[in-house]
Design a protein around this ligand. Sequence first.
Ligand code: NAP
Length: 276
Amino acid sequence: MAAGELTQDGRARVLADGNEIPLLALGVWQVPDGPECEDSVRWALEAGYRHIDTAQAYGNEASVGRALRDSGVAREDVFITTKFYPGSKDPEAEAQRSLERLGVDAVDLYIVHWPQGGPTWAWEGMQRAQRSGYARSIGISNFSASEVDELLKVAEVAPVVNQVQFSPFEFRRDLLTACEARGLALEAYSPLGTGRHLRDPQVAEIADRLNRTPAQVLIRWALQRGLIVLPKSTHRERIEQNAQVFDFELTSADVEALDGLDATGGTDRALEQPWW
Ligand SMILES: NC(=O)c1ccc[n+]([C@@H]2O[C@H](COP(=O)([O-])OP(=O)(O)OC[C@H]3O[C@@H](n4cnc5c(N)ncnc54)[C@H](OP(=O)(O)O)[C@@H]3O)[C@@H](O)[C@H]2O)c1
């Protein structure tokens, strides 16, 4: 299958390096290490999720690994992403530590969490992590289009994803276009606006009309925009609800109405205000 295509069941996409990535992931930012994280990940795997998004900075890789082992789901059936914390020095050494915490031989995707110190310095170590077999795919997060271009000038192995804040309210259309044109799949983080966008009246109106929830509408919008989408919840019923997004469609009029909520001006920037 060619890069960018969906798999036959419509639930995964082929990355530029040929690896397949499930479109829906459970995100675990701000989920404390321990029972809360283990339960969330186990419930997600029971609900059919096959992709978990963690990071060195989240401090909960050990719980993700424990839940994966306890779930009984085979390691090769679950896509695990972790992220290099760019306050550290060596992505390869940090990848090895992540693998120890996760209790796995390799992660499926390892990404630079944000371009602190510039967009290029960490990449050589990311490539080494991949060559050592610690990560099947490598990518980036919070990179603007210009930073993607700077990186591509020096990269031997090109990044295959850019994970950025993305929702109808942050519809970074030019960044999406730039990433797709350069062979990077876009992963939408904070697709529910860390909960804020769930209260929007226009989202609620569409949800009521379709007999769905605001969360399902926002996740479905991301899927119909061709994105990989990473909602977070620690509540079992919400985790299950957020996965029920492959059995309905938004009309093009609803997708366009949601597009109109964008407050970024369709920017090619990853963030209005970097935190580093
Ligand atoms: N690369 C980066 O720099 C970066 C930055 C931010 C996020 N991320 C990734 O993206 C993931 C998601 O982003 P996010 O954590 O900002 O939040 P989000 O997924 O946009 O929203 C999560 C919030 O919505 C609530 N929620 C979820 N499903 C719901 C439902 N069906 N009904 C009602 N409320 C619901 C959650 O509450 P409960 O948990 O209480 O249910 C939580 O407060 C993160 O976990 C992380 O994996 C990456």
